[in-house]
Design a protein around this ligand. Structure first.
Ligand code: PMP
Length: 292
């Protein structure tokens, strides 16, 4: 069975899929995206991802190419046709195709592309499977709440991580506080067992996975504080982890070459991962609230 992509209204062979050279996404990064996990044949946190997609599009005044119902239908159909039971779906919407000019074109039809990829997920983190993180200066723009396809700063951050043998880069603001990972949200657990992650304002992407992790933690009676934490505080933490659609909740065991606590995946991170996994299989649709 040939792998398929969805491009502007048609299911096409992935190998043949193409977009126009004057697509504004290609020329200006004038577009947004979402990555939604497929677990056990269904999407996880679908409502949250669609809510964030609309937020991103709305802030850039790009129109949704079609209704929610049709969008969901196409997403499910592409996953089904590609036989993806576990993996993820990538969805990108750009302002469309127009002769190159910075300002918005008068008449422009949004362009949409979707692809899928298979990936196996496990609720269990093995003893040695924590990740290494390096810190880098956050050199991105000021509207990080928009899930823009302009990802050059994250490309450089991820490469810096790879060059250092690490999995993720934590980006740090000029005051020494961690904003988020290059493609994940950053969390620590304090010595008192409090979960800390940055407040979801314009300085970070409001993570859909983190939103659910926060709710799950609340249900387990764990306190969550949304505030900035410094790299120094992270070095002293009892645990650290990242959250994202493709990593779920993944323990961090080393930051800039220094072990987090005893250097093994933390208890709480592992528990939260298992609960998130179980939640992901329930197909419950949790409401997603934008912070005031
Ligand atoms: N921050 C950034 C910069 C990201 O790219 C991602 C991954 N999309 C996240 C946070 C985590 O968001 P989510 O949990 O919705 O995948």
């Amino acid at each position: 069975m040939a792998r398929l992509a969805y491009v502007n209204g048609r299911f096409v062979r992935h190998a043949d899929a193409a977009i126009h050279i004057e697509d504004r996404g290609y020329q200006f990064a004038d577009g947004v995206y979402e990555v939604v996990t497929v677990l056990g044949g269904g999407f996880v946190d679908e409502a949250g991802h669609l809510a964030r997609l609309k937020h991103s599009l709305g802030e850039l005044r790009i129109s949704m190419p079609f209704s929610d119902a049709v969008l969901k239908l196409v997403m499910h159909e592409l996953a089904r046709r590609n036989g993806v039971r576990d993996g993820y779906l990538y969805l990108q919407i750009t302002r469309g195709v127009a002769p190159r000019d910075f300002k918005f074109p008068k008449a422009c039809k949004s362009a949409i592309v979707m692809t899928t990829r298979r990936q196996r997920f496990s609720p269990v983190v093995e003893e040695g499977a924590g990740i290494r993180v390096v810190t880098v200066l956050d050199i991105r723009w000021a509207r990080r709440d928009i899930k823009s396809i302009g990802l050059l700063a994250q490309v450089l951050a991820k490469q810096a991580a790879a060059d250092a043998g690490a999995f993720e880069a934590w980006m740090v603001d000029p005051d020494g506080f961690v904003t988020e990972g290059a493609s994940s949200n950053a969390w620590i657990v304090t010595r008192d067992g409090v979960l800390v992650t940055r407040q979801a304002d314009h300085s970070v992407l409001h993570g859909i996975t983190g939103n659910s992790i926060e709710r799950i933690a609340g249900e387990l009676g764990i306190k969550v504080e949304r505030r900035p934490f410094s790299v120094a505080e992270a070095h002293e933490a009892r645990e650290a982890f990242v959250t994202s659609a493709t990593t779920f909740c993944l323990p961090v065991t080393e930051i800039d070459g220094r072990a987090v606590a005893n250097g093994y995946p933390g208890e709480l991170s592992r528990t939260l991962r298992q609960h998130y996994f179980a939640y992901g299989l329930t197909r419950q649709e949790q409401a997603f609230a934008w912070p005031k």
